[in-house]
Write a protein that binds this ligand. Structure first.
Ligand SMILES: Nc1ncnc2c1ncn2[C@@H]1O[C@H](COP(=O)(O)OP(=O)(O)OP(=O)(O)O)[C@@H](O)[C@H]1O
Length: 257
Protein backbone atom coordinates (compact mmCIF):
# COMPACT_ATOMS: atom_id res chain seq x y z
CA UNK A 1 0.00 0.00 0.00
CA UNK A 2 1.06 3.57 -0.68
CA UNK A 3 2.35 6.17 1.75
CA UNK A 4 2.32 9.93 1.24
CA UNK A 5 5.15 11.75 2.98
CA UNK A 6 5.91 15.45 3.13
CA UNK A 7 9.18 16.72 4.58
CA UNK A 8 10.15 20.29 5.44
CA UNK A 9 7.64 22.02 3.15
CA UNK A 10 8.08 25.78 2.95
CA UNK A 11 6.11 28.06 0.71
CA UNK A 12 5.86 31.83 0.41
CA UNK A 13 3.02 33.43 -1.52
CA UNK A 14 2.81 37.16 -2.14
CA UNK A 15 5.66 37.87 0.29
CA UNK A 16 4.05 35.87 3.15
CA UNK A 17 5.10 32.50 4.52
CA UNK A 18 2.09 30.19 4.15
CA UNK A 19 3.86 26.88 4.82
CA UNK A 20 6.73 26.78 7.30
CA UNK A 21 8.71 23.54 7.66
CA UNK A 22 5.65 21.27 7.49
CA UNK A 23 6.39 17.54 7.70
CA UNK A 24 3.75 14.83 7.89
CA UNK A 25 2.85 11.47 6.48
CA UNK A 26 -0.14 9.23 6.02
CA UNK A 27 -0.17 5.56 5.24
CA UNK A 28 -2.56 2.63 4.93
CA UNK A 29 -5.30 2.40 7.53
CA UNK A 30 -4.93 5.97 8.81
CA UNK A 31 -7.13 9.05 8.77
CA UNK A 32 -5.12 12.21 9.30
CA UNK A 33 -7.42 15.08 10.26
CA UNK A 34 -5.92 18.35 9.02
CA UNK A 35 -7.30 21.22 11.02
CA UNK A 36 -6.55 24.87 11.64
CA UNK A 37 -8.19 28.28 11.40
CA UNK A 38 -9.08 30.04 8.15
CA UNK A 39 -5.93 30.91 6.25
CA UNK A 40 -3.76 28.48 8.28
CA UNK A 41 -2.48 26.89 5.07
CA UNK A 42 -4.54 23.69 4.82
CA UNK A 43 -5.50 24.04 1.14
CA UNK A 44 -2.01 25.21 0.26
CA UNK A 45 -0.61 22.11 1.95
CA UNK A 46 -3.14 19.89 0.18
CA UNK A 47 -2.12 21.35 -3.21
CA UNK A 48 1.54 20.65 -2.42
CA UNK A 49 0.74 17.08 -1.30
CA UNK A 50 -1.08 16.45 -4.58
CA UNK A 51 1.84 17.77 -6.60
CA UNK A 52 -0.34 20.61 -7.93
CA UNK A 53 2.09 23.24 -6.67
CA UNK A 54 5.83 23.37 -6.19
CA UNK A 55 6.85 24.36 -2.65
CA UNK A 56 9.90 26.62 -2.32
CA UNK A 57 11.57 23.98 -0.17
CA UNK A 58 10.91 20.44 0.98
CA UNK A 59 9.70 17.29 -0.73
CA UNK A 60 6.54 15.27 -1.19
CA UNK A 61 6.98 11.57 -1.82
CA UNK A 62 4.16 9.37 -3.07
CA UNK A 63 5.04 5.71 -2.67
CA UNK A 64 8.68 6.79 -2.29
CA UNK A 65 8.75 8.80 -5.56
CA UNK A 66 8.72 12.60 -5.80
CA UNK A 67 5.05 13.33 -6.47
CA UNK A 68 5.86 15.89 -9.16
CA UNK A 69 7.93 13.33 -11.08
CA UNK A 70 4.88 11.12 -11.61
CA UNK A 71 2.57 11.40 -14.62
CA UNK A 72 -0.95 12.69 -13.98
CA UNK A 73 -2.25 9.19 -14.72
CA UNK A 74 0.18 7.48 -12.33
CA UNK A 75 -0.67 9.99 -9.63
CA UNK A 76 -4.43 9.59 -10.18
CA UNK A 77 -4.09 5.85 -9.72
CA UNK A 78 -2.72 6.47 -6.26
CA UNK A 79 -4.46 9.56 -4.90
CA UNK A 80 -8.06 10.68 -5.30
CA UNK A 81 -8.87 14.28 -4.46
CA UNK A 82 -12.11 15.84 -3.28
CA UNK A 83 -11.79 19.61 -3.76
CA UNK A 84 -12.97 22.22 -1.27
CA UNK A 85 -15.35 23.79 -3.76
CA UNK A 86 -17.17 21.43 -6.10
CA UNK A 87 -17.46 22.94 -9.57
CA UNK A 88 -20.43 25.29 -9.60
CA UNK A 89 -22.41 22.98 -11.76
CA UNK A 90 -21.94 22.06 -15.36
CA UNK A 91 -24.27 20.24 -17.71
CA UNK A 92 -22.73 16.78 -17.25
CA UNK A 93 -24.67 13.99 -15.61
CA UNK A 94 -23.87 12.67 -12.14
CA UNK A 95 -23.08 9.30 -13.73
CA UNK A 96 -20.56 10.76 -16.18
CA UNK A 97 -19.00 12.89 -13.44
CA UNK A 98 -18.37 9.74 -11.40
CA UNK A 99 -17.12 7.94 -14.47
CA UNK A 100 -14.36 10.60 -14.64
CA UNK A 101 -12.98 8.83 -11.57
CA UNK A 102 -12.26 5.84 -13.80
CA UNK A 103 -10.19 7.90 -16.31
CA UNK A 104 -6.81 6.74 -14.93
CA UNK A 105 -7.71 3.15 -15.87
CA UNK A 106 -9.62 3.68 -19.11
CA UNK A 107 -8.67 3.75 -22.76
CA UNK A 108 -10.92 5.77 -25.02
CA UNK A 109 -14.11 4.29 -23.61
CA UNK A 110 -15.29 2.75 -20.36
CA UNK A 111 -15.41 -0.99 -19.94
CA UNK A 112 -18.16 -2.95 -18.20
CA UNK A 113 -16.03 -3.03 -15.04
CA UNK A 114 -15.82 0.79 -14.96
CA UNK A 115 -19.59 1.11 -15.32
CA UNK A 116 -20.09 -1.46 -12.54
CA UNK A 117 -17.79 0.46 -10.18
CA UNK A 118 -19.68 3.71 -10.79
CA UNK A 119 -23.07 2.02 -10.30
CA UNK A 120 -21.93 0.47 -7.07
CA UNK A 121 -20.52 3.75 -5.68
CA UNK A 122 -23.69 5.66 -6.61
CA UNK A 123 -25.76 3.02 -4.82
CA UNK A 124 -23.52 3.17 -1.78
CA UNK A 125 -23.85 6.95 -1.51
CA UNK A 126 -27.57 6.82 -2.17
CA UNK A 127 -27.06 8.86 -5.33
CA UNK A 128 -28.46 6.35 -7.85
CA UNK A 129 -31.70 8.32 -8.09
CA UNK A 130 -29.73 11.34 -9.30
CA UNK A 131 -27.53 9.44 -11.77
CA UNK A 132 -28.96 11.05 -14.90
CA UNK A 133 -29.52 14.51 -13.43
CA UNK A 134 -26.95 17.06 -14.59
CA UNK A 135 -24.57 18.60 -12.06
CA UNK A 136 -26.00 22.09 -12.62
CA UNK A 137 -29.37 20.81 -11.43
CA UNK A 138 -28.10 19.66 -8.01
CA UNK A 139 -27.96 21.34 -4.63
CA UNK A 140 -24.55 22.30 -3.20
CA UNK A 141 -24.58 19.37 -0.79
CA UNK A 142 -25.58 16.92 -3.53
CA UNK A 143 -22.74 18.18 -5.71
CA UNK A 144 -20.31 17.75 -2.82
CA UNK A 145 -21.42 14.13 -2.36
CA UNK A 146 -21.00 13.46 -6.09
CA UNK A 147 -17.38 14.66 -5.81
CA UNK A 148 -16.89 12.14 -3.02
CA UNK A 149 -18.48 9.45 -5.21
CA UNK A 150 -16.09 10.33 -8.04
CA UNK A 151 -13.14 9.95 -5.64
CA UNK A 152 -14.38 6.56 -4.41
CA UNK A 153 -14.87 5.38 -8.01
CA UNK A 154 -11.16 6.08 -8.51
CA UNK A 155 -10.37 3.19 -6.11
CA UNK A 156 -7.05 4.63 -4.97
CA UNK A 157 -4.98 3.66 -1.92
CA UNK A 158 -5.00 7.32 -0.77
CA UNK A 159 -7.81 9.88 -0.63
CA UNK A 160 -7.23 13.58 0.09
CA UNK A 161 -10.30 15.63 0.92
CA UNK A 162 -10.45 19.40 1.41
CA UNK A 163 -13.43 20.18 3.66
CA UNK A 164 -15.69 17.48 2.18
CA UNK A 165 -18.50 18.17 4.66
CA UNK A 166 -18.67 21.98 4.38
CA UNK A 167 -21.97 21.96 2.44
CA UNK A 168 -23.53 18.95 4.18
CA UNK A 169 -26.27 18.64 6.79
CA UNK A 170 -25.37 16.84 10.03
CA UNK A 171 -26.73 13.50 8.78
CA UNK A 172 -24.66 13.62 5.62
CA UNK A 173 -21.59 14.89 7.54
CA UNK A 174 -21.78 11.83 9.75
CA UNK A 175 -22.50 9.50 6.81
CA UNK A 176 -19.50 10.89 4.90
CA UNK A 177 -17.07 10.40 7.78
CA UNK A 178 -18.43 6.93 8.53
CA UNK A 179 -17.97 6.01 4.89
CA UNK A 180 -14.35 7.21 4.98
CA UNK A 181 -13.78 5.24 8.18
CA UNK A 182 -15.20 2.15 6.42
CA UNK A 183 -12.86 2.67 3.45
CA UNK A 184 -9.96 2.81 5.88
CA UNK A 185 -11.07 -0.28 7.80
CA UNK A 186 -12.22 -2.46 4.90
CA UNK A 187 -9.87 -1.43 2.05
CA UNK A 188 -6.99 -0.14 4.19
CA UNK A 189 -6.82 3.20 2.40
CA UNK A 190 -5.01 6.21 3.87
CA UNK A 191 -6.99 9.44 4.17
CA UNK A 192 -6.07 13.08 4.72
CA UNK A 193 -9.11 15.18 5.46
CA UNK A 194 -9.06 18.95 6.01
CA UNK A 195 -12.05 19.75 8.18
CA UNK A 196 -13.29 22.57 10.43
CA UNK A 197 -15.51 20.55 12.79
CA UNK A 198 -13.18 19.71 15.68
CA UNK A 199 -15.52 17.18 17.27
CA UNK A 200 -15.89 15.19 14.05
CA UNK A 201 -12.15 15.51 13.37
CA UNK A 202 -11.33 14.13 16.82
CA UNK A 203 -13.90 11.36 16.55
CA UNK A 204 -12.91 9.99 13.16
CA UNK A 205 -9.20 10.73 12.78
CA UNK A 206 -6.50 8.35 13.87
CA UNK A 207 -4.21 11.40 14.11
CA UNK A 208 -4.71 15.14 14.08
CA UNK A 209 -2.39 17.66 12.43
CA UNK A 210 -3.07 21.19 13.68
CA UNK A 211 -1.83 23.99 11.41
CA UNK A 212 -1.48 27.59 12.49
CA UNK A 213 0.00 30.35 10.35
CA UNK A 214 1.62 27.74 8.11
CA UNK A 215 3.25 25.82 10.96
CA UNK A 216 2.32 22.43 12.35
CA UNK A 217 1.74 23.27 16.01
CA UNK A 218 0.52 19.85 17.15
CA UNK A 219 0.42 16.40 15.63
CA UNK A 220 -0.76 13.15 17.15
CA UNK A 221 -3.81 11.52 18.74
CA UNK A 222 -6.65 14.00 19.23
CA UNK A 223 -6.32 14.00 23.02
CA UNK A 224 -2.82 15.39 22.84
CA UNK A 225 -3.25 17.60 19.74
CA UNK A 226 -6.56 19.18 20.74
CA UNK A 227 -6.33 20.63 24.22
CA UNK A 228 -7.82 23.86 25.60
CA UNK A 229 -4.30 25.32 25.27
CA UNK A 230 -3.71 24.39 21.61
CA UNK A 231 -7.25 25.50 20.70
CA UNK A 232 -6.75 28.84 22.49
CA UNK A 233 -3.35 29.31 20.84
CA UNK A 234 -4.61 28.63 17.31
CA UNK A 235 -8.27 29.69 17.21
CA UNK A 236 -8.26 32.31 19.96
CA UNK A 237 -11.27 30.72 21.66
CA UNK A 238 -11.88 29.11 25.02
CA UNK A 239 -13.20 25.58 24.47
CA UNK A 240 -14.54 22.83 26.69
CA UNK A 241 -13.64 19.27 25.78
CA UNK A 242 -15.82 16.39 26.89
CA UNK A 243 -17.19 13.05 25.74
CA UNK A 244 -20.70 11.88 24.95
CA UNK A 245 -21.28 8.17 24.29
CA UNK A 246 -17.49 7.78 23.92
CA UNK A 247 -17.40 10.44 21.18
CA UNK A 248 -15.28 13.56 21.75
CA UNK A 249 -17.22 16.82 21.92
CA UNK A 250 -15.30 20.07 21.56
CA UNK A 251 -17.42 23.14 22.20
CA UNK A 252 -16.21 26.74 21.72
CA UNK A 253 -17.49 29.19 24.34
CA UNK A 254 -15.60 32.44 24.59
CA UNK A 255 -13.64 34.34 21.99
CA UNK A 256 -10.47 35.47 23.68
CA UNK A 257 -10.47 39.25 24.23
N1 LIG B 1 -2.71 32.93 -4.73
C1 LIG B 1 -2.56 33.49 -3.52
N2 LIG B 1 -2.11 34.76 -3.39
C2 LIG B 1 -1.93 35.34 -2.18
N3 LIG B 1 -2.18 34.70 -1.01
C3 LIG B 1 -2.63 33.44 -1.10
C4 LIG B 1 -2.85 32.76 -2.33
N4 LIG B 1 -3.31 31.51 -2.06
C5 LIG B 1 -3.38 31.42 -0.71
N5 LIG B 1 -2.99 32.55 -0.14
C6 LIG B 1 -2.93 32.84 1.29
O1 LIG B 1 -2.29 31.75 1.93
C7 LIG B 1 -2.86 31.54 3.21
C8 LIG B 1 -3.27 30.10 3.34
O2 LIG B 1 -4.41 29.87 2.51
P1 LIG B 1 -5.14 28.46 2.48
O3 LIG B 1 -6.20 28.53 1.43
O4 LIG B 1 -4.12 27.41 2.35
O5 LIG B 1 -5.78 28.42 3.93
P2 LIG B 1 -6.78 27.35 4.57
O6 LIG B 1 -6.17 26.89 5.85
O7 LIG B 1 -7.13 26.32 3.57
O8 LIG B 1 -8.01 28.30 4.89
P3 LIG B 1 -9.62 28.02 4.94
O9 LIG B 1 -9.89 27.26 6.20
O10 LIG B 1 -10.16 29.42 5.01
O11 LIG B 1 -10.00 27.30 3.68
C9 LIG B 1 -4.02 32.53 3.34
O12 LIG B 1 -3.62 33.64 4.09
C10 LIG B 1 -4.31 32.92 1.91
O13 LIG B 1 -4.84 34.24 1.84
Amino acid sequence: MTTLQAGGLCQRIGGRTVLDEVSLSVGPGEILGLIGPNGAGKSTLVRALLGQSRPDRGAVLLGGQPVRSLSARACARQIAYVPQRPPDGFPVTVFDTCLLGRTPYMGTRPRAGDIAVVESVLDRLDLAGLAFRTMDALSGGERQRVMLARALAQQTPLIVLDEPTSALDIGNQLATLRLLADEVRVRGVGVIVAIHDLSLAARFSTRIALLHEGRLVAEGPWKTALTPQTIRQTYGVEAEIGQLRDAPVIAPFEVRA
